[in-house]
Design a protein around this ligand. Structure first.
Ligand code: PLP
Length: 375
């Protein structure tokens, strides 16, 4: 295992490895069930915003434990639509984490509002409620906690902040399908935004959903998703084409049935790694949180690139989520962002995600632990 072999393929880090030996960082699980469901939709003639989408929405809302789920075509669209549905726009500020996928902040920019970054808690990598509180101004309309890597944020603290300052909570739950805080699923605290991109805990290829208990908000979200219309060819407000296809919904329904078993495997795999890894900082799980391990992320104090190269040589693919915080991305620097957020910056230099997905075998897990312990 792990011998450099130029007959293999070149992975994105530039190392040559034998494809069949590499333990991949993510593996979408598509079975016969998904393929059959897609074929049935193709045969039905109802390809977009049809019965399958409605069924997926009911099933996803029930899974999260809310009244409504509105299916859209990406997690980014879910975040954008959620902010718009709350009337957020120019002149408003939305506080979020700088240590996330860029879509969290970009969705705020799309509305014309200003993303305001607050630093993270170095133990959980999630937005620190105390740091967020310090960024509240008279213009703050919403707070967007990101349940990073599959771990719920401290929702007691964010709920308290929202009540005290009359703020909306838009949860970026794009990595946290089935994550919970004190037994309540994320996406049920505020307006929940999910992604079904291929690497997430469940997929529809591309796709997203917004979850809410608020009937009026749900109605606005359905309009925003489809050019501001409730009735065909009557457009009451500005909307978008954020619709999901029934092909995606059919995949989503099949995936949702397996999500709990997959999450349980992720949690088991994470437990194995936490038991067996030595000499690296392992993920901290808050006692109130159900962490569904979208990522299993360690900190590397020394040369991270050298560590990655060694792990890749040992057949373990890794990934960095994320190599730069949002406020250091060129697009934000060009907008004039000059924040100093030391924990987000330190995390960006140190974090390294290891494979934790449900299709890892016991021998894969052993190989990952041995490779990390040999660093
Ligand atoms: C994946 C992801 C998104 C965006 O979802 P897409 O479906 O790719 O648009 C947003 N926020 C976070 C934290 C994500 O991981």
């Amino acid at each position: 295992m792990g011998i450099l072999d130029l007959s293999g393929f070149q992975n994105p880090t530039g190392l040559f490895v034998r494809k069949e030996e590499m333990i991949r960082i993510a593996m979408p699980l598509i079975a016969e069930e998904e393929k059959r469901a897609v074929m049935q939709v193709l045969d039905s003639g109802q390809l977009a915003q049809g019965a399958c989408v409605a069924e997926f929405e009911r099933a996803f809302a029930a899974y999260i434990g809310v009244k409504h789920a509105i299916a859209v075509n990406s997690g980014t669209a879910a975040l954008h639509a959620a902010l718009l549905a709350h009337g957020i726009g120019p002149g408003d500020e939305v506080i979020t984490s700088p240590f996330t996928f860029i879509a969290s902040a970009n969705s705020i920019l799309f509305t014309g509002a200003k993303p305001v970054f607050a630093d993270i808690d170095p133990a959980t990598y999630n937005l620190d409620p105390g740091q967020a509180a310090a960024k509240i101004t008279s213009r703050t309309r919403a707070i967007m906690p990101v349940h990073l890597y599959g771990q719920a944020c401290d929702m007691d603290a964010f709920a308290k902040l929202a009540r005290a300052h009359n703020l909306v909570i838009v949860e970026d739950a794009c990595q946290a399908h089935g994550a919970a805080f004190r037994g309540r699923n994320v996406g049920a605290f505020g307006t929940g935004c999910f992604s079904f991109y291929p690497t997430k805990n469940m997929t529809t290829a591309e796709g997203g959903a917004i979850t809410t208990d608020d009937d009026a908000l749900a109605e606005r979200l359905r309009m925003i998703r489809s050019h501001g219309s409730r009735e065909r060819y009557r457009h009451e407000m500005l909307g978008y084409n954020y619709r999901m296809t029934d092909l995606q919904a059919a995949i989503g329904l099949a995936q949702l049935r397996k999500l709990e078993a997959w999450n349980a495997r992720r949690i088991e795999n994470a437990r194995y790694l936490t038991e067996h890894l030595r000499n690296v900082a392992k993920p901290y799980v808050m006692p109130e949180a159900r962490h569904v391990f979208h990522q299993y992320t360690i900190r590397v104090e020394g040369d991270r690139e050298a560590a990655r190269a060694k792990l890749h040589e040992q057949g373990v693919e890794t990934s960095v989520h994320y190599p730069a915080p949002a406020h250091r991305q060129p697009v934000y620097v060009q907008l004039g962002y000059r924040d100093d957020l030391p924990e987000a910056e330190r995390a960006s230099r140190q974090v390294l995600s290891l494979p934790v997905h449900p299709s890892l075998t016991p021998s894969d897990l052993e190989q990952i632990a041995q490779a990390v312990n040999a660093l």
